[in-house]
Design a protein. Structure first.
Length: 672
């Protein structure tokens, strides 16, 4: 919906630059590429939108200050819009300039032959900059040819009227020159248009850099009525009433929010931006007033707001360039054993972190993935859990361009929906999925009847150990008395200091002990339905861990298991790589650089030495892992000698020297 561009403009010369102006110039040709072809440029319209109703409601407005361009009618085919129609709109807004207060100009023009070259021009001595009228000396009023004219346009402090109003500018207008009467109608209903959004002045000292950020924004459903073009050129007000600026303006607001997150203290100086109080519910209170002699009683109605919230609408002035994000993934650990991997994770951060835009903890669930290598395409979903909740869709008669069902707010739990719509909150027979789009729920409310239907948010695999194979490690643990680990009772913590309530586990079975597996646990949310954001999930690959389904280092030591080596013998003619045992992701390396002999049941800290039968040292590997590392009991030798040569066929022996001085010895055979 938008792209943010971040520039740094630097003075690389030796002289100070004064009265500098900058601008974004856009010559857009709005058309379906395979449709109207090269003629798409002859019917474009541009304008400027200063504000839009706030997406948070409450009667507030959001300042967007965006210059835009669109097709004049959306290119309907047979008086209806198709997939080849261009019903959208696109424009530019500035989200950061080098100074808090600058002069902004918006100019548009049509560049053609001198007789058709036109752009709005202020009269001499009129407008914010009361300069003498400037003759561009091009034969037309529009195109600023040459550096002098271009600089004049950048700084002229002019704010042109929207193109659709061209034909309404008459000879008596006190500000604007009258457009050429013979062509004004053509200009007003669309032409080959381009625009300039500029700002300044500011000075740039030698070596100084100025930050400039802008957003290129798109918006759907701008053209809603195929024959709306009939209102131009004579009735531009009605033409505008039939346009849909809502999605375009909302995306423009989102661009500024992503650039500088509202309510976020980015630099830690205690400033969070600007906020306002938004009240969404109220009651009428009757005040009784007794006054006068003799006393008379007067009853006065007074509105008392009962539900109010602080809404942040502007950031702290420090760029974030951060969009909506999923909940942080949980902390997790892998505990291998022969043929199995136990996944333990703690979801404190995932379940309690508030989304910066939704302003609430929008956690929805967890997913566990398994892979044979670290490529994203290799990961397969093997288990999930998500909260049982449902999206409510309501019939909106005022929905544009056509009436229909619209998503209403955030997902609601089953208990909440029964409390709202069932005969009683104890009615376990009432279920939201009994009501579909074709058979909606009819709600008889105080303001009239409404139609609802419901859909599950995700798959509602919400019963630990039943619908979801993920289990709580401490199922009877109550919600913690505090989320601050330093403030809770010791009984609420695991032996390694995590809150028991958020502890989960899952066991992956039937795994090949001889190969490595990559595992990741992600968290996902339900998105921000009010803002049109889909559910988001943390990265499947970022933070993944791997291990071999063999004994852990602690278990191997406790059971007195000796180190062993596989495959033994190692045979090059077995084509281990083709069978997926070697070099799965190293496609750019030859076979002799992806070979591997594995050492298992290793102590976490030891030295692996490989010798020829004559006692010559072939390779030495320092194995140094933490005891809790899932790879602490495992290491590999790539069959490359300490002289970086490929090993030859033969009988070798190896030694494992532990940190305590104990030594294990074994043999291996290599057949090349």
């Amino acid at each position: 919906d938008f792209i943010l561009f971040d520039y740094s403009v630097r003075n690389i010369g030796h002289d100070k630059l004064t009265n500098v102006y900058m601008g974004y110039y856009l010559d857009a040709d709005v058309a379906f590429q395979g449709g109207t072809g090269s003629q798409g440029w002859i019917d474009d319209i541009c304008g400027f939108t200063e504000w839009a109703p706030s997406t948070y409601g409450c009667g507030f407005i959001d300042t967007v200050n965006i210059a835009w361009i669109c097709d004049n009618d959306g290119d309907p085919i047979s008086n209806r819009y198709t997939d080849q129609s261009v019903t959208g709109i696109a424009g530019i807004r500035v989200v950061r300039t080098p100074a808090d207060s600058l002069d902004v100009s918006f100019n548009w023009w049509i560049s053609n032959t001198p007789s058709l070259d036109f752009g709005p021009r202020e009269r001499s001595g009129a407008g914010r900059w009361k300069e003498e009228f400037r003759d561009l000396r091009t034969g037309g009023l529009g195109t600023p040819e040459g550096d002098f004219n271009k600089y004049y346009f950048l700084r002229n402090m002019e704010f042109d009227y929207d193109q659709a109003f061209t034909a309404t500018i008459g000879s008596n207008d006190s500000l604007w020159l009258e457009p050429p009467p013979d062509h004004a109608d053509d200009y007003a209903d669309g032409f080959d248009t381009r625009y300039l959004l500029s700002f300044g002045p500011f000075d740039i000292r030698p070596g100084e850099s100025l930050p400039i950020s802008m957003a290129y924004v798109g918006g759907e459903d701008f053209h809603l009525i195929p024959d709306n073009i009939n209102n131009l050129p004579n009735n531009p007000e009605e033409y505008y009433r039939n346009l849909g600026f809502e999605k375009f303006a909302e995306n423009a607001v989102w661009a500024s929010r992503v650039y500088d997150n509202p309510g976020v203290d980015t630099d830690g100086n205690g400033t969070f931006g600007k906020s306002r109080i938004c009240c969404t519910d109220s009651i009428t209170v009757v005040d009784t007033i007794i006054e006068g002699d003799p006393p008379e009683t007067t009853y006065v109605d007074r509105v008392e707001y009962t539900v109010c919230d602080t809404v942040w609408y502007e950031g702290d002035g420090v760029p974030d360039f951060r969009g909506a994000s999923p909940p942080p993934p949980p902390d997790f650990w892998l505990e291998p054993s022969v043929g199995k991997i136990r996944v333990r994770f703690n979801g404190l951060r995932s379940e309690t972190t508030k989304d910066v835009f939704a302003r609430m903890a929008d956690f929805e669930g967890y997913r566990i993935y398994l892979a044979r290598d670290e490529r994203a395409a290799s990961y397969a979903l093997i288990a999930s859990y998500d909260i049982e909740d449902f999206n409510k869709f309501f019939w909106n008669e005022d929905l544009r361009p056509d009436p229909g069902y619209e998503l209403d707010g955030i997902p609601l739990s089953l208990d909440t929906l029964r409390w709202l719509y069932a005969e009683s909150s104890e009615d376990t027979t009432w279920h939201p999925l009994d009501f579909s789009r074709n058979f909606p729920f009819i709600y008889h409310g105080p303001t009239g009847d409404s139609l609802f239907y419901f859909e599950p948010q995700d798959y509602n695999t919400s019963e630990f150990g039943v619908s979801s194979p993920i289990s709580k490690i401490y199922p009877d643990q109550a919600y913690p008395s505090s989320l601050n680990l330093d403030s809770v009772d010791i009984e609420e913590l695991t032996p390694d200091g995590y809150l028991k309530y958020f502890e989960y586990e899952f066991e992956i079975n039937k795994l090949l002990p001889s190969v490595a597996y990559w595992v990741n646990v992600t968290a996902f949310d339900f998105g921000s339905p009010d803002d049109g954001l889909q559910a988001m999930e943390s990265s499947v690959t970022l933070g993944a861990q791997y291990t071999w389904p063999l004994l852990s280092a602690a278990d191997a030591a406790a059971q007195g298991q000796e180190v062993f080596v596989y495959p033994n013998p190692y045979r090059s003619n077995e084509a281990y790589r083709n069978k997926g045992f070697e070099g799965r992701v190293e496609t750019d390396r030859p076979d002799d650089r992806v070979r591997a002999i594995h050492f298992a049941n290793l102590p976490p800290k030891c030295t692996i030495s490989i010798y020829t039968i004559d006692g010559d040292l072939v390779r030495e590997i320092e194995h140094d892992r933490d005891l809790g590392d899932p790879t602490a009991a495992h290491d590999e030798w790539n069959l490359i000698t300490r002289n970086t040569q490929l090993v030859v066929s033969g009988l070798y022996y190896w030694t494992i020297e532990s940190a305590d001085g104990s030594v294990q010895i074994g043999k291996l055979v290599i057949i090349m």
